[in-house]
Design a protein around this ligand. Structure first.
Ligand SMILES: NC(=O)c1ccc[n+]([C@@H]2O[C@H](COP(=O)([O-])OP(=O)(O)OC[C@H]3O[C@@H](n4cnc5c(N)ncnc54)[C@H](OP(=O)(O)O)[C@@H]3O)[C@@H](O)[C@H]2O)c1
Length: 365
């Protein structure tokens, strides 16, 4: 889980490779998937675990539109009043409690269980274990018991090279599904690339005139992120699709210049869209590595420091590991940022905003 496995980066060679990969993607047509809705339901009950999060808020309405009967297991009573779930049955309960999950599955003739579960603090190892592994396993066990027709596990493209804590648990769940560890259960695994808000996290800072941070040249990796609406459609296409059973499906957004980016490209997009003069905060990777090494050392003695070390490691991960997968959908990162253009963003340091509870990530669109 530490970054020891990514210690051999050659800045010039990595940049040349990223340029080459981007060029090749843009010169190719991704034909793995055909974009567009396929398959409609006939009122089948589909339970979505983790349905109250970013993707769930797009997936639940999509399932209803496509003729399924979505059910959301929600921790908070406010979900029942939420317009995103107007067409869904909302059951109050906590997915980390096996009894709550079993009750939600057994409350009707559940045909499919979909897991979008993920800890809200990816740098908290215990929370990740509890949510990204244990809670998902609660869903798998209840699905086996109820003999549901399909379990869809929304994993992470990062499972191809698991470096971060949640990715390791995602991979563990994948293995348990493939190995049928909890009993017989038809499964589908979806590995999406990063979502738009991750690459737009600092849009507000750039709009407010702050610099955009890159490591060295900012071109160690390439990403084709996917829009949540497109991912929701893609997931719904797999519901009760016989050719999706027993398959691992990596998926990202369209292979077009507005969506196949290095982190520097994402920053340049922000400067172009906001009309700001480019200001780069260039951090040498060697300096960052030293910071990580120091925090990891201190973290061995102090549990408090460990999440900070993970946080720095995650920043490195997202800056150096490719998230490139077969394309689905037409929405682009550029289009997403265009939607952010006229918003007001709070000023102040990242730490201050986190403390005041202001969500720094634009997750409502
Ligand atoms: N973000 C990315 O770029 C990315 C990329 C690839 C794959 N993924 C994966 O895609 C899936 C969906 O992502 P997302 O962005 O929709 O996730 P999200 O917005 O963080 O939603 C997480 C869901 O898990 C629930 N949850 C979190 N902590 C919990 C806890 N302690 N106990 C019970 N429930 C808890 C949340 O419930 P509450 O609403 O009650 O908190 C919410 O429903 C996740 O598995 C994620 O790992 C993400």
């Amino acid at each position: 889980m530490a970054f020891s496995t990514i210690s051999d980066l050659d800045p010039a060679a990595s940049q040349a490779r990223s340029h080459d990969l981007r060029k090749r993607l843009l010169a190719s047509e991704s034909t793995t998937y055909a974009t567009g809705p396929t398959g409609t339901g006939n009122g089948e009950r589909v339970l979505v675990l983790g349905g109250t999060g970013y993707i769930g808020r797009a997936l639940v309405p999509e399932l209803a539109r496509r003729g399924y009967a979505p059910v959301v297991l929600a921790r908070g009573a406010e979900a029942a009043e939420d317009p995103a779930f107007a067409e869904a049955e909302v059951i109050l309960g906590d997915p980390t409690r096996p009894g709550d999950v079993a009750r939600a599955v057994d409350a009707g003739d559940t045909a499919v269980v979909i897991s979008l579960l993920s800890g809200r603090r990816p740098n908290d190892a215990e929370e990740c274990r509890l949510v990204d592994h244990e809670a998902v396993v609660n869903g798998i066990r209840a699905a086996v018991e109820h003999r549901v027709r399909q379990f869809i596990h929304v994993s992470d493209f990062g499972a191809y090279r698991p470096e971060l804590i949640p990715q390791v648990y995602k991979l563990q769940v994948e293995g348990e599904l493939m190995g049928q560890h909890h009993g017989p259960l038809p499964w589908t695994i979806i590995r999406p690339t990063a979502y738009f808000p991750y690459l737009s996290m600092t849009f507000g800072d750039v709009k407010n005139g702050l610099a955009y941070r890159i490591f060295d040249h900012g071109e160690y990796n390439v990403v084709n992120p996917i829009a949540r609406e497109d991912l929701a459609e893609f997931i719904t296409n797999q519901v009760l699709a016989t050719d999706a059973l027993g398959r691992v499906l990596p998926v990202g957004g369209p292979w077009v210049p507005e969506n196949v980016v290095t982190l520097r490209d994402a920053g340049q997009m922000m400067f172009d869209i906001t009309g700001r003069d480019p200001q780069w905060d260039v951090v040498p990777m060697a300096t960052w590595d030293k910071k990580i090494a120091r925090l990891v050392r201190i973290g061995r003695m102090s549990a408090k420091v460990r999440p900070v070390a993970y946080y720095l490691e995650a920043a490195k991960y997202w800056s150096v590991v490719d998230h490139v997968a077969p394309a689905y959908g037409e929405r682009t990162l550029h289009g997403f940022m265009e939607k952010l253009k006229d918003r007001e963003f709070p000023t102040g340091s990242f730490r201050e905003r986190m403390r005041s509870g202001t969500n720094v990530m634009p997750t409502d669109i």
